[in-house]
Design a protein around this ligand. Structure first.
Ligand SMILES: [Zn+2]
Length: 380
């Protein structure tokens, strides 16, 4: 997982080229040093990570970030560990920068059958329930930047995109654009969303093509070409109607593609048209991202702080936290150390289910991962 970071080195950023030699622990420090035989340079195994040049103990930083990932607020975390709140925030900011690169490195060329997209408001609880009407609350929030947009694969539970912004067409476009950036070329998943009409426009923008209509008569000008949805595009909405915050009706609407084609994709999983999985995920986000779940009273109130917490959530959810519904039965029960009953299940994370990695990562492992500056050619 190591690469030479020297900018003038011919081997810079490339993995497994045999140019690195372990060079012991300088001054008896905790980290190994590497020597690059190409540029004759030295670097530490923490180069480019959060731990580089930090005096604080690694375990402490990892536990603080794990606490944030589990949903404790910044102030509460700072009290638990008796670390200054601004230090906690600083670690979060640095970790998030690294984790964004980590997520971008692993989430690419995905082959997805389906995607569920949703938006969740970040501060609705700031209004006391019933103090203002739903319409009023939505109207006030519509223009606020505090909507969390998510796109997830319901089969692997992989959180593919998480972003924040207003509830507008521009944001829908941005989210769909991010989806197209991470899925494999030519892959058009089945899209399922709530009733927000901007998704249809955004999907048509990204999954469309120019079609030349046929001339009606032998002579005369050619008709203008029209922008049409790709034949592979399938998109359905789950439209819920509310009265006093209670769901009073659910309708399914097929926007692109046919009912039959959409039902065929879902039938392989035994599902019907739904957005239940992304809604469940949003509940997790509410519980795990302190700034969203509760009335905001933390150091990190701004959009940037919320974005950093969401990045931490995304990586933690995808790589670190095994998902109960994804666990795989062991072929044979495995004996555990001690007197516990035999292990029957192998824990599985969304990233494992999506085939991005073969093991459950620890948060420490994630934070120590030096993300190469570019994707490496696949060796298969
Ligand atoms: Zn080098």
């Amino acid at each position: 997982m190591h690469f030479c970071p020297q900018s003038d080195c011919a081997y810079r950023g490339w993995l497994k080229l045999g140019n690195l030699r372990a060079n012991g622990h300088p001054n008896g420090g905790p980290w190994r040093q590497f020597y690059c035989t190409s540029c004759k340079g030295y670097f530490l195994e923490t180069h480019g990570t959060l731990f580089h040049g930090k005096q604080a103990a690694v375990e402490r930083i990892v536990r603080v970030l794990a606490c944030l990932a589990e949903g404790l607020g910044i102030r509460a975390t700072s009290r638990v560990f008796e670390v200054d709140a601004n230090t906690v925030l600083q670690w979060l900011v640095e970790a998030a920068e690294q984790l964004r690169a980590f997520a971008a490195y692993f989430l690419c060329e995905l082959h997805l059958e389906q995607l569920q997209l949703d938006e969740v408001y970040a501060v609705l609880r700031a209004f006391k329930a019933g103090a203002i009407s739903d319409k009023e609350a939505i109207k006030r929030l519509e223009r606020s930047p505090c909507w969390v947009w998510t796109a997830m694969d319901p089969a692997s539970k992989l959180l593919v995109v998480v972003d924040i912004g207003s509830r507008t067409l521009a944001m829908a476009q941005r989210v769909v654009h991010q989806v197209t950036e991470v899925v494999a070329p030519g892959c058009v998943p089945l899209f399922l969303t709530d009733g927000l009409k901007d998704y249809a426009t955004a999907l048509l923008t990204h999954y469309g093509y120019w079609r030349q209509p046929e001339r009606r008569q032998d002579k005369g000008p050619m008709p203008k070409p029209r922008w049409m949805p790709l034949p592979a595009l399938r998109y359905a909405q789950v439209v819920k109607s509310y009265r006093r915050r209670r769901i009073v009706g659910v309708k399914h609407r097929v926007v692109f593609g046919s009912w039959l084609a959409i039902e065929q994709v879902l039938a392989t999983c035994g599902w019907t048209i739904n957005t239940a999985f992304v809604e469940r995920l949003n509940l997790d986000i509410r519980q795990r991202v302190a700034a969203i779940g509760r009335r905001v009273n933390t150091v990190c109130q701004g959009e940037a702080g919320l974005r950093d917490q969401l990045t931490l959530f995304q990586v933690y959810h995808n790589f670190v936290f095994p998902h109960a519904s994804l666990r795989q039965a062991c072929a044979e029960p495995m004996a555990t150390a001690g007197r516990g009953s035999a292990k029957r299940w192998r824990p599985c994370t969304p990233a494992m289910a999506a085939g991005l990695t073969d093991h459950v990562w620890s948060l420490k492992e994630v934070l120590l991962y030096r993300v190469p500056p570019w994707p490496q050619p696949q060796v298969r």
